[in-house]
Design a protein around this ligand. Structure first.
Ligand code: SF4
Ligand code: SF4
Length: 226
């Protein structure tokens, strides 16, 4: 019969509109709202028997006020997450990451650090913005970094209400927990470093490097013989 599908669809729309338990994703996160039937099934009871034995809980579930924890999917330590891990003490301000980013969303502004060259002169980083609202998490910036200063993060919960808030700046990068993804970082894999471990352990700038800084005698041996 014509029109039945329309009415059914409208019924779903109205249900989603008025039932608190079915409102938008953010309402369901991180715990899932559950209705009276689902709640009864979870307890292994007949819905009617459950409603009679626990009317208060049933009423709350009908009003969308009962949440149940959802099992979070296991995540791989090589997952390329949103919040970059940046080690400012390893960064020279060379801007290789910005040049390699295919979307041009990394902005770096440097100034001379005024440290004597012999003392390991490097540029001071005045601006280091990454617009993660446009980032596709390809990781090319991380591959391009010659000093292992930039790493993919391991989280994925940076949702905000405006795009402008998705630009992470130098202060945010400095303050962010140093929990780099294992992706493109075999040194972290070989150390069994897992950014998702619940103990909250961060990786130090020593942990994340691929190459030791050569000692003075190593450099003399290498360069002195040429
Ligand atoms: S992950 Fe890719 S898109 Fe995102 S900042 Fe790095 S190079 Fe650019
Ligand atoms: S993060 Fe790496 S590639 Fe980017 S400016 Fe710093 S040292 Fe250079």
């Amino acid at each position: 019969m014509y029109g039945v599908g329309l009415i059914k669809g409208l019924g779903v729309t109205i249900k989603n509109l008025i039932l608190p338990g079915r409102q938008f994703t953010i309402h369901q996160y991180p715990d899932r709202k559950i209705g009276p039937i689902g709640l009864a099934r979870m307890e292994g009871k007949n819905p009617l028997a459950f409603a009679l034995s626990r009317p208060g809980e049933t009423l709350k579930a009908m009003m969308g006020l009962v949440s149940v924890p959802d099992k979070r999917q296991d995540q791989h330590p090589r997952f390329r997450g949103e919040e970059f891990s940046w080690y400012d003490n390893r960064c020279t301000g060379c801007a290789s990451c910005a040049k390699y980013c295919p979307l041009g969303i990394i902005k770096i502004v440097t100034s001379p650090s005024e440290t004597a060259m012999q003392e390991g002169d490097k540029y001071a980083i005045d601006v280091f913005d990454i617009d993660i609202g446009r980032c596709m998490f390809c990781g090319l910036c991380v591959e391009a970094c010659p000093y292992d200063a930039l790493h993919m993060g391991s989280g994925f919960e940076e949702g905000t209400y405006t795009r402008a808030e998705l630009v992470i700046n130098v202060d945010m990068l400095k303050a962010a927990p140093k929990k780099p993804s294992q992706w493109f970082r075999p040194q972290l894999t070989s150390q069994n470093y897992n950014p998702l471990d619940s103990d909250g352990k961060e990786a130090s700038s020593q942990d994340v490097h691929r190459h030791e800084k050569p000692s003075q005698s190593d450099q003399e041996k290498t360069w002195g013989q040429r």
